[in-house]
Design a binder for this molecule. Structure first.
Ligand code: MCA
Ligand code: AMP
Length: 484
């Protein structure tokens, strides 16, 4: 049986999920996900690692679909809700999904694509009633469970395949390190096509028998209201979100600031990750909330690897120590390398990329550069690729954006870089060399149709030529200086 399902069985009477103003018990989740598995098994006894892509709103529906796919033996491929059609098409085609599940409002978006690719289209609330009642298949831990797409040093995102064993190891490590229990309650404000939201928040809370509330859209006010209602005691977010919460709190009248601070102080745990937490954000948040944020480090391919201690001292600018069950080392060049049951199985259909990302003795090469202090604590210094940008906690490939930009009429050459930015970590910016006059607004609007908003450049600077080294290679550090 799926571990997370199994682990949560003793909590059947408790609230598992709060979404759209409704509470759902674990029993309701068990029942609804088993029903969804039956629907997927109408024409087969086992999905046998078939991919099921789903574009489903955060909340009870998302989890019942996710658990249903797992129980039917399939691999979940969550789609980003803000993706424009070309990005959705890429993910669905690349993963070879044979079934697409949508919340009703996404039916129109994906109907034609489902037809074209001969995928079965399941619309929640419309054609999602199971007609069969079969024994659910036995799921071996070694089976693929999830494919998440991550941008890397290639121009197109790669699918990271994690097995059930990988997810079980990732979740149980965090349950132990951060002392999750069934007394906890949290809120998910993060997107559900990445590890931070899917594993750290939703899966950990449900594995522990805690409750998880969902917020459909990010809203500073809604987060403060929820914290003041004292319905949650654990909160996780990316540094950009803490920056936004600080800005919001600073604009509140004094009496509301005090009320917010009092409620924040009652939380058990506040965590930051997915991108470097600036020391200034950590200090300002400590003054506002009384919490010294627990910063941790992870990656789609490995889940979480390093974490500041739950009980011991948390050091600003440091990401702490290896998590339970995770082995971490630094190469001679200072690269973080990781081994253990949490490490993913493979890049989907990319055996060469998979092989290239491991050392000969089986350690995953993260591409992040760090140092270790005398106590064994890690501090991230940067990345070994200038082509990877982190903005708002999202990993973005400069090469992917350059590839798209080059297709725009009038662009002769381009170079995409990340500019340091207090709020977003890095801001995506493009230096472009043009053949004729280009209207920035039209270019930006076109880019928004090609890729999700978080990937599109926020600044375009026209240069006569791109700076290059003696070998003719564009020197991105110089691009940053030229357009900053
Ligand atoms: C959005 N906007 C941006 C960016 N994103 N501007 C500059 N840079 C950006 N990156 C603009 C939009 O275009 C819009 O402006 C305005 O901000 C609001 O857009 P919206 O999409 O509504 O943004 P938001 O809802 O305020 O989102 C901010 C956010 C979001 C909540 C911080 O970026 C977010 O959810 N980030 C978390 C990503 C995440 O979960 N990463 C974890 C990856 P306009 O209206 O003018 O267009 S997993 C991972 O990294 C590993 C495993 C790990 O360690 O966790
Ligand atoms: P992703 O591929 O979206 O899973 O992003 C993983 C990357 O996020 C890592 O390789 C790091 O570069 C970065 N990252 C995650 N957590 C931290 C952190 N606490 N400090 C600095 N970088 C981080």
């Amino acid at each position: 049986m799926i571990q997370i399902f199994n682990k949560s069985l003793p909590f059947s009477g408790k609230t598992a999920i709060i979404s759209n103003g409704k509470s759902y018990s674990y029993a309701a989740l068990h029942q609804a996900s088993a029903n969804f598995a039956q629907l997927l098994l109408e024409e087969t006894d086992d999905l046998a690692e078939g991919r099921v892509a789903f574009m489903v709103n955060p909340g009870f529906d998302y989890v019942r679909v996710q658990w249903g796919i797992w129980q039917a033996g399939g691999i979940v491929v969550p789609l980003c809700l803000s993706y424009p059609l070309p990005s959705l098409r890429y993910t669905i085609e690349n993963s070879g999904a044979s079934v697409i599940v949508v919340s009703p409002e996404f039916e129109e978006t994906l109907k034609d694509l489902a037809d074209e690719l001969a995928c079965r289209l399941v619309v929640l609330g419309k054609n999602d009633q199971a007609k069969t009642l079969k024994a659910l298949p036995e799921i071996d831990d070694a089976r693929g469970a999830m494919i998440l797409y991550t941008s890397g040093t290639t121009n197109l995102p790669k699918g990271v395949v994690s097995t059930h064993a990988n997810l079980n190891a990732q979740i149980s490590s965090l349950i132990e390190a951060w002392k999750w229990s069934s007394d906890d309650s949290t809120v998910c404000v993060l997107p559900l096509h990445h590890v931070h939201g899917v594993v750290n928040v939703v899966s950990c809370s449900l594995w522990a028998g805690a409750s998880c509330e969902f917020m459909p859209n990010f809203s500073e006010k809604a987060i403060f209201d929820l914290i003041e209602s004292q319905r949650i005691n654990v909160f996780m977010a990316v540094p950009t979100i803490y920056f936004k919460l600080i800005t919001y709190w600073e604009a509140l009248p004094k009496v509301e600031q005090n009320a917010a601070t009092n409620s924040l102080a009652k939380l058990r745990l506040m965590i930051s990750g997915s991108a470097a937490l600036p020391v200034s954000v950590m200090e300002r948040w400590k003054n506002i909330s009384t919490h010294l944020l627990l910063e941790r480090y992870g990656m789609t391919e490995i889940g979480m690897a390093l974490s500041n201690p739950y009980d011991g001292p948390r050091v600003a600018g440091h990401v702490g120590y290896p998590l339970p069950g995770v082995s971490v080392r630094l190469s001679d060049e200072g690269e973080i390398q990781v081994k253990g049951a949490t490490v993913f199985k493979e890049y989907w259909n990319k055996p060469e990329s998979t092989a290239e990302s491991f050392t000969a003795d089986g350690w995953f090469m993260t591409g992040d550069i760090a140092t270790i202090d005398e106590l064994g604590g890690y501090r991230i210094l940067g990345r070994n690729s200038v082509d990877i940008i982190k903005s708002g906690g999202y990993k973005i490939s400069a090469l992917e954006i350059e590839e798209v930009l080059r297709q725009y009429p009038g662009i002769a050459d381009c170079s995409v870089v990340g500019l340091p930015n207090d709020e977003w970590g890095e801001l995506v910016a493009a230096a472009i060399v043009t053949k004729n006059q280009i209207d920035d607004k039209a270019l930006h609007a076109w880019m928004r149709e090609q890729m999700p908003a978080y990937k599109t450049p926020r600044k375009y600077v026209i240069l006569a030529d791109l700076p290059r080294n003696a070998m003719g290679k564009v020197t991105k550090k110089d691009v940053v200086h030229l357009i900053q």
